[in-house]
Design a protein around this ligand. Structure first.
Ligand SMILES: Cc1cc2nc3c(=O)[nH]c(=O)nc-3n(C[C@H](O)[C@H](O)[C@H](O)COP(=O)(O)OP(=O)(O)OC[C@H]3O[C@@H](n4cnc5c(N)ncnc54)[C@H](O)[C@@H]3O)c2cc1C
Length: 580
């Protein structure tokens, strides 16, 4: 049953309480409640995804954040690597979490990523080969919106066809796509074609998948919660913010945390809810460490400064944040068939909306990108003299190229005229690490979020090289007559020094922060959760969301987090014993 706020809840005790209904929490709540013996309450601070129709419309994803009612509306601390700019950091505050507001690029990561998670945690269950069963539980490959012939665009044997999330190739061909693919033939040694990036080797350029089915967003709310919502053993409460976990006893000499305080908003009544088995934290890379810290689990000095009494001293809580920095590069193009005009011209928008409403096709039903590329610095790059290669392995990249049939730039408003193409770069194997910490015991006060983007020599080096690679890419003959000129500052970058200044002035984030409650081996001297996702040093708490990933993967993060959550749900189910 769906409750509109915590005061409506009839029951206050469940076997499991899951906090946060995003990529992690929706999976856990849906999978646990498959077992009719298990009662589950899913607690979500935000509203229903169905309350805001544009959530379902793929290209309107661009308008859902930042600074909207669907967003936690975070701003980072000033970023030294970005000329001290403080940037917006959106996070979904809605059923589906960030999967209801994100841009829907769908990937799994590289085999190296998961093999590294296994080796860092000492748990072979996180290995790529073992995780493929969960990829299949997650993915339901469906035809693209325009039903085009997809032969040669992917390898069907690698995909799931009966999972929870609808996944498809781009449903609206753009003038950019064929030129990108032609460039992979023309400049094959530097930019080879990858026939399918979900197979574990991400390297090369190929066709992109999106969590879109029938021209509609397939979020964790749509794919996992909607089919489970009628189960008598699953309750979901929205407009319900968890503000604190409370100690309910001791097991051996460690404290149990089986009570969570929940409220609709500051000043509203507080409900105390009890989990007989476990509380599962799925509040995301910012929400989960913040809730741990508010509850006295964190670095004791930071907690003291925030006015919170320490229950468990763990200096790793909120640390080790790794994120993909994003740098949009934009060119004017000789073609009026770009998405720029759909989004700024009311007549075109209304025509497209009518088309989408009729049959879910057209620009609004399409994905922001039809092609992606995952690339490495050359082995001979000078940076490797001073920095060991931070990538997860040889099938993993240092930077990504995202090809977009419009101007993308989160830093400045779109101009009122012009047609554009963007090669958006993302820094995939950063060596910078950031952090999050609360500054007050007030759960409604914003935490300090410091992704610490582009803070190292490796990160700036890689982005500068990536800009040069993007320029080489669009200099291919395939773009003759299409690309006019670079804009947004790119046009005046010739030397490495000029490119560096441009990078620092224009880089943002692609919103993939992970790692702030990282997994590590049992008994390790660092880390927040064990490989079974149980919080170290306490009883009754697990974390299942992006915060457990020790390194940001070779993927847009929803896919890998879905996989982690599918296995996490399996681990929890295996441990289930009815409790009085
Ligand atoms: C604008 C944007 C674009 C993105 N684009 C892509 C993309 O194209 N492809 C991709 O793969 N990934 C993308 N991502 C990233 C991806 O969506 C996230 O990595 C992923 O959803 C994170 O999953 P999660 O479960 O860790 O957290 P979330 O999905 O963020 O879920 C956390 C949930 O917990 C809730 N919550 C937090 N605190 C509390 C509390 N105290 N009490 C109750 N509830 C709470 C939140 O409201 C939210 O619903 C994007 C993200 C953003 C913001």
């Amino acid at each position: 049953k769906l409750y509109q706020n915590p005061s409506e809840l009839v029951k206050t005790t469940y076997d499991y309480i899951v906090v946060g209904a995003g990529a992690g929490g929706a999976v856990v709540a849906a999978r646990l409640s498959e077992d009719p013996r298990i009662s589950v309450l899913l607690v979500e601070a935000g509203i229903s995804n169905e309350a805001v129709p544009p959530v379902a419309i793929p290209l309107m994803g661009l308008s859902l954040t930042p600074n909207t009612m669907l967003d936690w509306n975070y701003t980072t601390t000033p970023q030294p690597g970005l000329n001290n700019r403080a940037i917006a950091y959106p996070r979904g505050r809605v059923l589906g979490g960030s999967t209801s507001v994100n841009y829907m690029v769908y990937m799994r990561g590289s085999s190296d990523d998961f093999d590294r998670y296994a080796s860092v945690t000492g748990d072979s269950g996180w290995k790529w080969d073992n995780m493929q069963q969960y990829a299949r539980k997650n993915e339901k490959l469906v035809a693209p919106g325009d039903q085009h012939d997809t032969t040669g665009e992917f390898n069907p044997s690698l995909h799931g066809t009966s999972g929870a999330i609808s996944v498809s190739l781009g449903g609206n061909p753009t003038p950019v796509d064929s030129r990108v693919i032609a460039t992979t033939q023309e400049l094959a040694s530097e930019f080879p074609f990858n026939s399918d990036m979900v197979g574990g080797d991400v390297l090369g350029i190929g066709w992109a998948f999106a969590s879109i089915g029938n021209g509609t967003r397939s979020s964790s709310a749509v794919g996992y919660l909607a089919p489970a919502a009628g189960r008598p053993n699953l309750d979901i409460v929205i407009n319900a913010q968890a503000t604190k976990l409370e100690v309910t006893g001791k097991v051996g000499n460690v404290p149990s945390f089986r009570r969570v305080l929940v409220t609709e908003k500051a000043g509203a009544a507080v409900r105390a809810l009890t989990a007989k088995n476990e509380i599962v934290l799925s509040a995301g890379t910012f929400g989960t460490p913040a809730l741990l810290q508010l509850s006295g689990i964190g670095d004791r000095t930071e907690l003291r400064e925030a006015g919170v009494a320490t229950v468990v001293h763990n200096p790793s809580v909120g640390k080790n944040m790794s994120d993909h920095a994003l740098l949009p590069n934009v060119w004017n193009v000789n073609n009026s068939d770009t998405y720029d005009s759909v989004l700024r011209n009311p007549d075109e928008f209304n025509t497209s909306l009518a088309q989408w409403t009729k049959d879910k096709t057209g620009p609004l039903g399409s994905h922001i990108t039809n092609n992606l590329g995952w690339l490495r610095l050359p082995k001979t790059a000078s940076i490797f003299k001073t920095t060991p290669d931070p990538s997860a392995g040889p099938k993993s990249s240092h930077y990504e190229m995202i090809f977009v049939n419009m101007r993308v730039n989160p830093n400045t408003p779109a101009p009122s005229t012009g047609n554009f193409m963007s090669v958006v770069l993302a820094l995939i194997s950063p060596t910078s690490r950031g952090s999050i910490k609360i500054t007050s015991s007030n759960p409604f006060a914003k935490p300090l979020i410091n992704p610490n983007l582009v803070a190292t020599d490796f990160d700036i080096f890689t982005l500068v090289e990536a800009v040069k690679a993007a320029k080489r890419f669009v200099a291919a003959k395939a773009w003759n007559g299409y690309i006019k000129d670079a804009v947004g500052g790119l046009e005046t970058t010739n030397t490495d020094k000029e490119i560096e200044a441009y990078v620092r002035e224009n880089t943002n984030t692609i919103w993939h922060a992970v790692g702030t409650a990282m997994m590590s081996a049992k008994g390790a001297s660092y880390g927040v959760v064990d490989p079974d996702l149980k919080v170290k040093g306490v009883d009754g708490l697990r974390v299942v969301d992006g915060s457990v990933l020790p390194f940001v993967p070779n993927a847009h993060t929803e896919g890998p987090i879905y996989l982690i959550a599918e296995r996490g749900a399996d681990l929890i189910k295996k441990d289930f014993r009815p409790r009085a």
